[in-house]
Design a protein around this ligand. Structure first.
Ligand code: C5P
Length: 276
């Protein structure tokens, strides 16, 4: 049994303040980016007498099948919920880059919850999976819902939104790794952005293209500015993905996005470029 674990794009990320527990109150509109095998992890389960995890794929370097691995943590939460061991041979194939703001680890965790629930016929309802997901990380629940999702509180309280078509996109990954906790900590250094919650959106309208972590991420990793400038030069409107290091850029037409992607691949052969 095999499931895919796609990346996500936060199309709108507002920081509303710092909470007493150290996390930040957020308002997010996130879309799960389906349909690209070259930027999507997969998780496979086979029968086995014990629980084991094998890691493979172009972006699996540095990951270990130790108990802190999000896939194993998700599986252990299912075992806790089921009240029994849930043995399986798990194979995680990674192509989503790590530390890129695309939510790869969270997507893997959400996929592990869905896979274990089906593989072992646990019959846990979505409500339970969402609760377990929120224990694993703020971004995990949005992957359980899929599609386009409103995220509240830490981002873990999720509400499905009506379908909001994605604008033609280019995603650029410069190969940098930006640690999320450092970016949130840097908010204090660069100054919290003015609080601007999500405005009500007319039917079918895309959310404002905004990410309140941008200045903090540039403070942590000034080299990110080069990616933003390169995307802007191709006529796109850049947006930092989560806490970085990927940037997305939206274009008016599919042709404009494709032309930009071709130009970027030529100028920056070491970057990863995807179109959506
Ligand atoms: O929830 P998750 O483990 O994905 O969060 C990673 C880190 O990002 C947290 O340890 C925290 O530093 C930061 N964070 C935050 N506020 C949020 C979400 C994440 O400060 N709403």
């Amino acid at each position: 049994m095999k499931l895919t674990a796609p990346p996500k794009l936060n199309r709108f990320l507002a920081v509303l303040g710092r909470r007493e527990d150290g996390f930040h109150a957020l308002e997010l509109v996130s879309t799960v980016l389906e349909g690209r095998e070259d930027c999507c992890d997969t998780l496979e389960a086979e029968a086995s007498p014990i629980l084991e995890l094998h890691l493979e794929g172009p972006t699996s370097a540095g990951l270990t099948p130790t108990p802190d691995n999000l896939v194993l943590r998700a599986w252990r939460l299912l075992e806790r919920e089921a009240g029994r061991p849930l043995p399986a041979r798990l194979r995680l194939h990674k192509t989503i880059p790590h530390g890129a703001g695309l939510g790869g680890g969270s997507s893997d965790a959400a996929t592990a919850l869905r896979l274990g629930n089906t593989f072992h016929e646990l019959g846990l309802p979505m409500e339970t999976l969402l609760r377990l997901g929120a224990e694993l990380g703020s971004d995990v629940p949005l992957f359980l819902l899929g599609g386009t999702v409103l995220g509240l509180d830490r981002g873990e309280r999720v509400v499905p939104l009506r379908i909001l078509p994605l604008e033609p996109l280019v995603l650029a990954h410069p190969g940098l790794h930006v640690p999320t906790p450092q970016v949130y900590r840097a908010l204090a250094a660069v100054g919290y952005p003015p609080v601007q919650p999500l405005p009500s959106l007319p039917e079918g309208a895309a959310p404002p293209w905004r990410n309140d972590l941008t200045e903090a991420a540039l403070h942590v990793s000034p080299a990110l500015a080069e990616v933003r400038e390169a995307l802007a030069r191709t006529g796109g409107e850049p947006l930092l993905c989560g806490s970085g290091s990927c940037w997305a850029a939206r274009y008016k037409t599919r042709e404009a996005a494709d032309t930009a992607a071709t130009a970027l691949r030529q100028t920056f052969p070491e970057w990863k470029i995807w179109t959506w």
